[in-house]
Design a protein around this ligand. Sequence first.
Ligand SMILES: Cc1cc2nc3c(=O)[nH]c(=O)nc-3n(C[C@H](O)[C@H](O)[C@H](O)COP(=O)(O)OP(=O)(O)OC[C@H]3O[C@@H](n4cnc5c(N)ncnc54)[C@H](O)[C@@H]3O)c2cc1C
Length: 380
Amino acid sequence: MIDFSLSTKQIDIQNKYRDFTKRLIIPNRLKYDELAEFPWEIVKKAYDENIMNGPIPIKFGGNGFNIMDSAIASEELGAGCIGIGIGIDANTLALTPLLLAANEQQQKKFFGRIIEEKSVAAYCLTEPNAGSDVAGIKTTAIRKGDKFVINGHKRFITNGEVAIFHTVFALTDPEKGARSLTAFVVPTDLPGIEIKPHLQKMGQKASVQNEIIYTDVEIPAENMLGQEGRGFLIAMKTFDRTRTGVAALSVGNARAAFETAKNWTKNRVQFGKPISANQAIGFMLADMATEIEAARLITWNAAWAYDTGQRSASKLSAMSKLFASDIGMKVTTDAVQAMGGDGYSTEFAVEKMMRDAKLCQIYEGTNQVQRIVISKAIMK
Ligand SMILES: Cc1cc2nc3c(=O)[nH]c(=O)nc-3n(C[C@H](O)[C@H](O)[C@H](O)COP(=O)(O)OP(=O)(O)OC[C@H]3O[C@@H](n4cnc5c(N)ncnc54)[C@H](O)[C@@H]3O)c2cc1C
């Protein structure tokens, strides 16, 4: 028999994140959507209430979440605002390479610093000529005695301007290309790091992205994560863990749009009856509710597969990101439609949810890239 009920610990996580979202994210989401700034005020409160750094082991000051715990937490953040949710969650992306490949000493040092300083990190993979095709990375990290010297150009880096360190993927031997890709921790207070003003974008505006140029940035060799040449594997294994997070944020955002549309259509009367009493709208809401359930189930299944070490975990993680973010886009678009002019206005935030949903189909590998991952896995 399969049991879909949550454990007491998981219900506690759900309640804690739901309460935080209700008190601190929902009342501030339109403000940050307008400001388009990193939500420091909320991230500091997230630190105060132990909402940050879910997957970091408890011994280093994190919450020791497994992937399922993280999915439950991220759905609640997504139900408030994906942009602010990413402000809180992006540490997971940046710190996962350390979880996977750092030694005990490195984990103690870098997790310790992040938590002590109540700060954030950034994951630096994408470059102007290496988006979907990670193998196109050109940034180099050339060994010079007990140092590596980093030169290169990264793009679309979430938290770039606010991070105390960057997790940078660079080639240690340009002739070997991606076979020499290696992960490094690069503290942002070092000379030679230029961070451009953050990107202006369509949605998830509380989350900031920067172009970053590294010119002769010298880091200690001990900041290398794992072995030289293992960077590609670390980057892909990171996504296996974090794509369920994007899926969960999408489910939360879709849930919020559905709830808003459901309540609005129940109360709005035209032609002498509530809008929701029209079958065309009632069926739309029925489809939305069904799709959200399905998206949550594939997300939880992917999380379960990862946590229990199933071979299908990578494929399911890509499937969950693909399916839940496509459903997120559809549900939020339908919510705007069901609410007519009020849906399109900023007052009910569903137009924001629709704008926010779009990005989940693009980052951490576009949904075309997820299909490449899935088709390779099923053809094996
Ligand atoms: C807001 C935001 C935040 C981000 N945060 C980070 C971050 O923190 N760290 C980081 O390293 N990166 C980050 N990224 C980068 C993100 O992961 C990339 O934008 C994404 O992987 C796509 O790369 P690209 O934009 O270069 O598009 P391209 O690779 O140029 O793709 C353009 C289009 O072509 C399609 N395409 C490409 N190749 C194929 C193919 N083989 N078959 C079919 N279709 C294909 C794509 O699906 C897409 O539709 C972020 C991006 C954004 C917009």
